[in-house]
Design a protein around this ligand. Structure first.
Ligand code: PLP
Length: 447
């Protein structure tokens, strides 16, 4: 029997590792003062210099994730799904790392072009692309447009004055059992055409009738936070069977198969995440088997990770405003951000960790709920996190794994502007996006 088992209260006084290496960026450390550093910069210094809340982004981690994809999928096209986080710097970093970029609006397209992304390496998505956005994409010369509806084929046919490559989005009826808002591979949902349906056949026929539209492949996207790579193996088998059917019935061989994104990351220690080597093996085996079964030449595979590229590179900093011990209830640590900068908790029930970063706590600990400052009872950032019992107003908390779908989903509810994004790398910090101010809010208000 150990001393801790004999006297469990000792545990509260032990200093425990605060940083889970499965959740934080690789370049996260403690400095001599016990502060947490990222990219060689103390996070509490970032909070002092740029204010809070602030999104911190580790450039090296973004690049490392791009390289991991390229290493494990050397023959595939890696397309960064920009909806996860679309700002010029990130678009430039991923393009420098050899990735293509998927955009889903004229706004994202404008940012990609402004960042210098080659339009031929841009893919346009969207379940309801407005005419003006299709027009902007065609005019910019985007490489591929993913066709999502019959209406879009008519609009594209009218717009394209030179050959435009398109992919056709199909739903292969694969249920990844996620939150209903993120299950996009099933038949009864708004994206694309059900695989094998009459509408899918009609879409192929209509595209083939248009001289300026070149159907180069099929696309599917199964959902989000998928950690079981077998779902992708099944998608490959179903999609290759469909490509073989299209060849039989229409006499064309499609050279590309885009498997979408959705690769899971760990938000808290112990969460399952997608293993890239396992995914690569499963996709490869499924391709071999399906292509030989249907005597179909191997198409070039594309994958579209968004979250898996940027989520772990981001950390959000908050200042503690107050600590409330509700008699007979929870302890609430209220911070100066919340659902405006992280709506994922309210939207999907996402779970996060929070860590004190301005000092190394050694005393007793408490279980607390980290809550936001906004006027909604559901404005919670993290449930049941372990924090020092002597946590004080003014101290700095960091929530890891906030690089994806945070800035891009942020709002200015309660008239509080969106936070800045500050990049850290090699001991330096620099702002990439400035804080949204009351003056910005007023600038849009025409009175
Ligand atoms: C078509 C498509 N591709 C890629 C992605 C990226 O998904 P994730 O960020 O989960 O990898 C999405 C996300 O919704 C998507 O809709």
């Amino acid at each position: 029997m150990t001393l801790l088992e004999i006297c469990p209260s000792l545990r509260a006084g032990m200093s425990s590792p605060r940083l889970d290496s499965g959740v934080w960026p690789c370049d996260t450390h403690y400095d001599d003062l016990g502060r947490v550093t990222l990219g060689g910069v103390a996070l509490s210094d970032v909070a002092d210099q740029y204010g809070t809340p602030t999104y911190v982004l580790d450039e090296s981690e973004v690049r490392r994730r791009c390289r991991a994809y390229r290493k494990h999928f050397p023959d595939a096209e890696i397309i960064y799904a920009a909806k996860a986080l679309m700002i010029r710097s990130v678009a430039a970093w991923v393009a420098e790392e050899g990735l293509s970029v998927d955009v889903c609006s004229a706004g994202e397209l404008t940012i990609a072009l402004a960042a210098g992304v080659d339009p031929r390496r841009i893919v346009l998505h969207g379940s309801g692309k407005p005419f003006a956005e299709l027009e902007a994409a065609v005019a910019a010369g985007v490489g591929r447009i993913v066709v999502d509806s019959l209406t879009e084929i008519t609009l594209l046919a009218a717009l394209a004055t030179r050959p435009q490559q398109v992919l056709l989005r199909l739903s292969p009826d694969i249920d990844v059992h996620g939150h209903p808002a993120v299950r996009t591979g099933v038949t009864d949902q708004k994206f694309g055409f059900p695989l094998g349906s009459a509408q899918a056949t009609e879409a192929v026929e209509r595209i083939l009738r248009q001289p300026m539209l070149h159907l180069v492949g099929l696309h599917c996207h199964l959902g989000s936070q998928i950690h079981d790579a077998d779902f992708y193996g099944e998608a490959v088998r179903r999609m290759i069977a469909e490509m073989a059917r299209i060849r039989r019935e229409h006499g064309i061989r499609l050279p590309q198969l885009d498997l979408g994104g959705g690769h899971a990351v760990a938000y808290r220690g112990g969460d399952p995440e997608m293993s890239l080597p396992v995914l690569a093996d499963i996709v490869e085996d499924a391709l071999d088997a399906a292509c030989s079964l249907h005597h179909f030449p191997r198409p070039r595979i594309a994958v579209e990770p968004g979250r898996a590229i940027v989520a772990r590179a981001g950390v959000t900093l908050y200042r503690v405003m107050t600590v409330k011990h509700v008699q007979g209830g929870h302890t609430y640590v209220i911070v100066d951000g919340g659902m405006n900068d992280n709506p994922r908790v309210a939207l999907y029930g996402a779970r996060y960790d929070a860590v004190l970063v301005n000092r190394h706590p050694t005393g007793a600990r408490m279980t607390a709920t980290v809550a936001g400052r906004y006027c909604e009872a559901g404005d919670i950032l993290a449930h049941d996190v372990i924090l020092p019992a002597d946590l004080r107003p003014g101290e700095v908390l960091a929530v890891p794994c906030t690089g994806a779908y945070h800035h891009s989903l942020a709002s200015s509810y309660n008239g509080v502007g969106r936070p800045p994004i500050v990049a850290v790398t090699e001991g330096r910090s620099r702002p990439l996006i400035r804080r949204e101010t009351p003056a910005d809010l007023l600038a849009r208000d025409l009175g």
